[in-house]
Design a protein around this ligand. Structure first.
Ligand code: PGA
Length: 253
């Protein structure tokens, strides 16, 4: 059975005080309701990782993730944060290739492949994001693009490494827009991604990979999205900043 995951991507939001409040509210609301096979991950800004990890304590149901890391091991890269540093503070997950990193920071295939490698090397779990902009979907080239994104950054991995990776499909036109993909659109793309993984790694490896949907997931649409056969949970932005709504999303998985 695939791991179900609901990850909150806080992006560049909240002061430390607000972050502590949000995390303790989520901890209080969700832990008793989180089903056995569900993992909740709070992907906070770098400065809050340690504080939120300590606040959550040692609960296997809820944990913390970073939103990015450097492709370099260490050295003169002012302002960057390495996978080794993230590992050293006990944070198990790192989002990579989010569309905002692709769009505003020019991150793409080969660079993201390096980031995936360094994250895996340090024993962390990459949450690798892929997804098409609106114009690509309108040209009906979304499947081709997303398959290419997956290929460029993940297909160099061996099966064992791939199985340590989580994939998040996030259509760019649905991120922060309130315009979510329909359950059918999400399911169709998740099935395309899984089939593509199966073509290289075989069906049983492909069947073991958690593929999350992201893009305007909220308390009202989560249940329908998560009910899709190939949707194994969500990567949630805006709605993860509201404890009550996020708790509803977690219950929906
Ligand atoms: P959203 O963001 O839920 O606010 O659309 C999702 C994401 O960017 O991961």
């Amino acid at each position: 059975m695939r791991q179900k995951i609901v990850a909150g991507n806080w992006k560049m939001n909240k002061t430390l005080e607000e972050a502590n409040i949000l995390a303790s509210e989520i901890k209080g609301m969700v832990t008793d309701e989180v089903k056995g096979n569900v993992k909740v991950i709070l992907c906070t800004p770098f400065p809050y990782l340690v504080a939120i990890k300590n606040l959550l304590g040692n609960d296997p149901r809820i944990s913390v993730g970073a939103q990015n890391c450097s492709e370099h091991e260490s050295g003169a890269y002012t302002g960057e944060v390495s996978a080794g540093m993230i590992k050293s503070i006990g944070i198990p997950y790192v989002i990579l290739g989010h569309s905002e990193r692709r769009q505003y920071f020019g991150e793409e295939g080969k660079l993201l492949a390096k980031k995936v490698d360094i994250v895996l090397k340090h024993g962390l779990v990459p949450i690798f994001c892929c997804g098409e902009p609106l114009e690509v979907r309108e040209r009906n080239e979304h499947e081709t693009l997303v398959k290419k994104q997956v290929e460029e950054s993940l297909f160099h991995l061996d099966a064992a490494a791939l199985q340590k990776t989580v994939i998040a499909y996030e259509p760019v036109w649905a991120i922060g827009t309130g315009k979510t993909a329909s359950a059918q659109q999400a399911q169709d793309m998740h099935a395309v991604i899984r089939k593509h993984l199966a073509s290289k790694y075989g069906q049983s490896v492909a069947d073991s990979i958690s593929i999350l949907y992201g893009g305007s997931v909220n308390a009202a649409n989560a249940k329908e999205l998560f009910a899709c056969a190939d949707v194994d949970g969500g990567l949630v932005g805006g709605a993860s900043l509201k404890s009550r709504e996020f708790a509803e999303i977690i219950k929906a998985v």
